[in-house]
Structure formats: structure tokens, C-alpha cells
Design a protein around this ligand. Structure first.
Ligand code: ACO
Length: 323
């Protein structure tokens, strides 16, 4: 059975750090309020003239070097983002050109904070079908450009950053002991469209708009849906909660992650947490967390890693990976 295996990971954060105390200088908020309710201590902000593609390129360079492959081996680039450089063409094509990749296909996937899982689903299926052999999968966002910096209920939650992984095809026996992506699961329910959205867009008012959300409802659904889809992925592969070595959830809020872990009876020590350092970077949080955990040598060969995310749409999903 042909499977997609992780060959390398990388991440990139812009230089500028904005701490909670920095925010409190111009906004009626405090480090205590933000860190207690979200676990966030700081976020990174892209420099003027630094675009989502630039962040994605930097993360990709690290992932490609980490994978030990050459640029001409890459035959697919998929970028998960809701903050593209331009309405079109896809920012993935911008990344392709900036990296100097001359072949294959590049496209964007838009599923808000679930974007990386959705993109992984596409890439994994294309690799399994033999349509790609070595794929670059990127999550990159410049959320600082779509938050209303006067709205304390949303702007404190987000940041800019990018993560990337290189996936390659490997022939395996088709058991749940195989290395690579065991399965991916994606869902959406558009009835929740306006619970987490931007109040603008190219076809509505010609502007990107700003983020608006119902925080309490998002919180509740995030916990339920992420826990549910982790269970779904385990059932699909005849595995159990106790088989999970690492849970890498979308990094939106430490309280959401803690609640998911509690609901699943997963010990907190198995949960990869980076939200304190870079806040919610939407589609970038999972590849950034993977790169962070890998650089700290958390993962060992054969570890079972569960990825899960929930975001605007609502969208949600999971992936089960054997490292
Ligand atoms: N600083 C200080 N006070 C604030 C701030 C702030 N930044 N923001 C809101 N408040 C105030 C509110 O105005 C309110 O004041 P009031 O009681 O006088 O009306 C009070 O704090 C409590 O507000 P709540 O909204 O009830 O606070 P809550 O404890 O629910 O926490 C939060 C809000 C952190 C947004 C929470 O609902 C949450 O984490 N939701 C999930 C949202 C999320 O993570 N979204 C990211 C995108 S989705 C995803 O990635 C899964």
C-alpha cells in the first residue's frame, strides 16, 4: 500500500514580537486576562512588505533542508491559508516561484484553522493515487492583516507565522503499524458560517474584512468536534486512545486543548503546546507545532501522532500519523 510519510518539517516566525503587555499599552486588556483565558503570552507580526508567501518560503526552506531533498524532486505544493498575498493567483504559485521550483502543480486550500488538515487530506490522497511523489505542504498566515486591532475580543488571539512539511511516497504493507499518514478525516457544517468569519470579501464588498466571532460558541464546538474526530480516526484504524503517543491539536487556546485532552482522557504531557509563543496562526499552527516538537526531539520512530483542528465554516478534521 502506498502511503505518505513525513520526510521533514520546518517553521518560520517573523522577527517582531508583540507581547500581551505591549498590547495592553493601547488596548483595554491585560497580560493576566489574555494568559489566563487563552494561554497566549506573545505573538509574532509580519513586517511591512512581508507577505504570507514570504513566511511560507522561509518555513519551506527549513522543511526541504530537513527532508534532505532537492527542489527538483518536488512535484506538488499545497498551501493552506486564509490570508493569501492576492485574491488570485494562488499564493502557492508565489511560493513555487520564490523557491525556484520549476515543475509540478501548486494550489491553495482554504478551510480556515482546519486548513492544514484539509490540505493534508488532499496531498495524502494525491500521493496514494500516484499523482505526486514528493509534496511540499505549507500552512502560512498573516492574520495581523485581518484583525481589527481595536477589537480586544479578537485581536489578542491571533498572530503571523508559517510551518511546512515535506511528504514522500513509500510502499508499505497496509497495517496500522505502517509509517506515514494512516488516515485523514474532514468535515464541515456551513450553518455556522457567521459564527467565525471575516465581515468582507472580494465578492461582497471588495475588501478582506475583519475577523468576527462568537467566542463562547466557537469554544464549545471546537472541544466537541476535535475530540469527536480524534475518536473517529482511531476507530477507522482499529486503534485506541491509549495508543496515542502525541496529540498535536490546532493551537487556538490552551483551555480548548486542555478540554479536548480531558474529554479524550489523554494526559496533558502528551499534548504539544506552542500557543503561548505565537498565539493562533490559523492554518500554520499544526505544522509549526510539528516542527517545534521535532526540533525538541519529542517524536521517536513509530510514535502514533494524532492531529486535530477546528475552524471557520465551521470546518474540522483529524489525521492519524505513524512517525
Ligand atoms: N481583555 C480584557 N477583557 C476582555 C477582552 C480582553 N482582550 N476580551 C473580552 N473581554 C471582556 C469582555 O468584554 C467581557 O466583559 P463583560 O463581562 O464586562 O461583558 C469579559 O471579558 C468576559 O468575556 P467573555 O467573552 O465571556 O470571556 P471568555 O471567558 O468567554 O473568553 C475567549 C473569551 C477567550 C475569546 C473564549 O471565548 C475563547 O477562547 N473562545 C474560543 C475562540 C477562539 O479560540 N477563536 C479562535 C479561532 S477558532 C479556532 O481556532 C478554534
Amino acid at each position: 500500500m502506498r502511503r505518505s510519510v513525513f520526510l521533514g518539517c520546518g517553521s518560520y516566525l517573523p522577527d517582531k514580537i508583540l507581547t500581551n503587555d505591549d498590547l495592553a499599552k493601547d488596548l483595554d486588556t491585560s497580560d493576566e486576562w489574555i494568559s489566563k483565558r487563552t494561554g497566549i503570552r506573545q505573538r509574532h507580526i509580519a513586517a511591512e512588505g512581508q507577505f504570507t508567501s514570504d513566511l511560507g518560503v522561509e518555513a519551506s526552506k527549513v522543511a526541504i533542508a530537513n527532508a534532505g531533498i532537492t527542489l527538483d524532486e518536488i512535484d506538488l505544493i499545497v498551501l493552506a491559508t486564509v490570508t493569501p498575498d492576492n485574491t488570485f493567483p494562488s499564493t502557492a504559485t508565489h511560493i513555487q516561484s520564490k523557491l525556484g521550483v520549476k515543475r509540478g502543480a501548486a494550489f491553495d486550500v482554504q478551510a480556515a484553522c482546519s486548513g492544514f488538515i484539509y490540505a493534508l487530506n488532499s496531498v495524502d490522497n494525491m500521493i496514494r493515487l500516484g499523482q505526486a511523489n514528493k509534496a511540499l505542504l505549507v500552512g502560512a498566515e498573516t492574520f495581523s492583516r485581518i484583525v481589527d486591532w481595536e477589537d480586544r475580543s479578537t485581536c489578542v488571539l491571533f498572530g503571523d507565522g508559517a510551518g511546512a512539511v515535506v511528504l514522500g511516497a513509500e510502499d508499505n504493507i497496509g497495517s496500522n503499524e505502517d509509517r506515514g499518514v494512516l488516515s485523514t478525516h474532514i468535515h464541515s457544517d456551513g450553518d455556522y458560517y457567521k459564527l467565525l468569519w471575516t465581515n468582507g470579501g472580494p465578492s461582497t464588498n471588495g475588501q478582506a474584512g475583519y475577523i468576527e466571532m462568537d467566542g463562547a460558541d466557537v469554544f464549545k464546538h471546537a472541544v466537541l468536534r476535535m475530540a469527536e474526530t480524534v475518536q473517529e480516526s482511531l476507530a477507522e484504524n482499529d486503534l485506541d486512545i491509549s495508543d496515542i503517543d502525541w496529540l498535536v491539536p490546532h493551537q487556538a487556546n490552551i483551555r480548548i486543548m486542555d478540554s479536548v485532552a480531558k474529554k479524550l482522557s489523554i494526559d496533558k504531557s502528551k499534548v504539544v503546546v506552542t500557543v503561548d509563543q505565537h498565539a493562533n496562526t490559523s492554518a500554520a499552527t499544526i505544522p509549526m507545532a510539528l516542527a517545534d516538537a521535532q526540533s525538541r526531539q519529542c517524536f521517536s520512530s513509530g510514535d502514533l501522532i494524532s492531529l486535530t483542528a477546528m475552524g471557520g465554516g465551521f470546518t474540522w478534521g483529524s489525521a492519524l500519523i505513524r512517525w
